[in-house]
Design a binder for this molecule. Structure first.
Ligand SMILES: [Mg+2]
Length: 167
């Protein structure tokens, strides 16, 4: 295996491992995709949601966003960032916005309809997003909640596009 391929594998494996360690499973994200798409696809199967989440997770730019966001969340939890960033991320300050901007690099991989899904799901916070936003947990998920919403939004776009192509 050449060096570049090895690096790709390490990136993907680490991104998947960190999601799991931070309490997010593929099924949790697939549930969000189902939530977003069931009204448009009456015969939607959970396995299709899972498949599309897997495809999104195989993209390098998505893995990079996961690694970057989760790293910052973890450092904030351990109080290892410098001020003022430490307090901003630890308290999930509303006007910060860089968490959403990072997530947009995921949302856009399958076109702009992902953007609508992202805004919608961020407003309603169903399923795992509600847990990630629970500030009483003592954990910091300032970046992760947006990343998970963005993966679900991108997987929904991918699913919608492939359904369109199938017709
Ligand atoms: Mg956030």
């Amino acid at each position: 295996m050449n060096e570049e391929k090895k690096a790709v594998n390490v990136t993907e494996q680490t991104a998947r491992k960190w999601l799991h360690e931070r309490g997010v499973e593929i099924q949790d994200i697939a549930d969000l995709v189902f939530f977003l798409q069931e009204k448009y696809h009456p015969k939607l199967k959970m396995e299709d949601c899972i498949h599309n989440v897997e495809r999104v997770l195989s993209k390098r730019e998505v893995q990079n966003a996961i690694l970057t966001g989760i790293q910052l969340d973890m450092l904030a939890e351990e109080k290892k960032l410098l001020e003022p960033l430490q307090s901003i991320i630890a308290t999930d300050e509303g006007l910060y916005g860089a968490d959403e901007v990072l997530a947009l690099s995921i949302v856009n991989v399958y076109g702009s309809i992902g953007f609508t899904n992202f805004g919608y799901i961020d407003k309603l916070k169903p399923g795992i997003l509600k847990d990630l936003n629970d500030k009483s947990s003592g954990r910091c998920h300032t970046f992760l909640d947006d990343i998970v919403g963005a993966i679900a939004a991108a997987a929904s776009s991918r699913l919608a596009h492939s359904a369109e192509n199938a017709e």
